[in-house]
Design a protein around this ligand. Structure first.
Ligand SMILES: NC(=O)C1=CN([C@@H]2O[C@H](COP(=O)(O)OP(=O)(O)OC[C@H]3O[C@@H](n4cnc5c(N)ncnc54)[C@H](OP(=O)(O)O)[C@@H]3O)[C@@H](O)[C@H]2O)C=CC1
Ligand SMILES: CC(=O)C(C)=O
Length: 317
């Protein structure tokens, strides 16, 4: 079984550079997917409260631990604080709910899922009668201070952020006594995030790339939108390396040092996506893949447009 390289965080801890995504993995399918992934050799699982499936992910994790297939300390489990729990007094309760759902004692990594806060205390997507999301004005820098307490209390080993732009990271760094270990953002050849990656690197923050395959099953996908995995130039590269388009885009991230978390509930694809540690793209082909960038964002967070902390509404990167 190939062993997955690890990336070192600024706090000395390590994360496997490759893991399993779980967004949209239906409760009836995700437990089997996680079990298959662990059997194949995955040791990093990316979760979130808002995905609505942490209990089933936890069932699979706990069953593999109790069967002796893996130990808890062999696994790297990430979850994320949802937008309705940003108020500092809600943060500890939110992680405790996730830990209880997952059936584990601690997380390896807990992220602020988005920099924008939603109205607290009710549904995960609070909305007015017209369906417009109700925002809260809690500032993510105050949320960050509450996240730091979770490390001190041993509820998570590391903390980080997700979907934060450069200016927002700078604001976090201006108050932080614990530097975020990673910024999890959308990243694939159509949105290669080279500027943000360079900036994060300069601050000793790793980048985790989500939707590495272009998120073809995103709920808001339209039939006429481009499909990354069907790109003819990508298919040509796949033929050259005798690999699949998915394997090429995943290998691309690993070679750039970007932590990558493809989602699948299909055993053959979970295996296929893992088989990227037996070949290398040439430096010229990595450069060529860099030229695919077209600011092609598949997760634009349109529901949060108008919020003063929306990360993508001006020229910030
Ligand atoms: N922090 C954040 O805000 C966000 C985090 N994420 C995280 O990143 C993960 C990955 O991103 P996600 O948006 O799910 O999308 P991905 O880019 O991982 O694409 C998932 C889709 O690709 C299909 N697929 C998987 N492997 C292959 C393959 N080898 N060949 C062809 N198709 C394949 C899956 O199908 P099937 O399952 O049917 O096999 C599914 O439809 C998420 O699951 C989540 O954990 C994602 C978005 C936002
Ligand atoms: C998938 C996800 O994490 C979103 C859209 O926030």
């Amino acid at each position: 079984m190939a062993s997955v390289p690890k990336v070192k965080f600024n706090n000395g801890l390590e994360i496997p550079i490759f893991g399993l995504g779980t967004w949209k993995s239906k409760p009836g399918q995700v437990a089997q997917a996680v079990k298959d992934a662990i059997d194949i050799g995955y040791r990093h699982i990316d979760c979130a409260h808002v995905y609505g499936n942490e209990k089933e992910v936890g069932d699979a994790v706990v069953s593999k631990i109790s069967q002796g297939v893996v130990k808890r300390e062999d696994l790297f489990i990430t979850s994320k604080l949802w937008n309705t729990f940003h108020r500092p007094d809600l943060v500890e309760g939110a992680i405790k709910q996730t830990l209880s759902d997952l059936g584990i004692e601690y997380l390896d990594l807990y992220l602020i899922h988005w920099p924008l806060a939603y109205k607290e205390g009710g549904p995960l997507f609070p909305a007015d009668p017209q369906g417009k999301i109700l925002f809260s004005d809690v500032d993510y820098v105050d949320t960050w201070k509450a996240m730091e307490q979770l490390v001190h209390k041993g509820l998570t080993k590391s903390i980080g952020i997700s979907n934060f732009n450069k200016r927002q990271i700078e604001r976090i760094l201006s108050v932080a006594t614990i530097t975020p270990v990673t910024n999890q953002v959308e990243c694939h050849p159509y949105l290669n995030q080279s500027k943000l990656i360079e900036f994060c690197k300069s601050k000793n923050i790793t980048v985790t790339g989500y939707s590495p395959l272009g998120s073809p099953d995103r709920p808001w996908a339209k039939p006429d939108e481009p499909q990354l995995l069907d790109d003819p130039k990508l298919k040509e590269l796949a033929t050259k390396y005798k690999k699949t388009p998915a394997q090429i885009v995943l290998r691309y991230q690993v070679q750039r040092g970007v932590i990558t978390i493809p989602k699948s509930v299909t055993k053959s694809r979970i295996q296929e996506n893992f088989n990227i540690f037996d070949f290398e793209l040439t430096a010229d082909d990595v450069k060529y893949l860099n030229t695919f960038d077209c600011n092609g964002r598949f997760c634009p967070m349109t529901a949060g447009l108008g919020h003063s902390h929306h990360p993508f509404q001006n020229d910030d990167y």
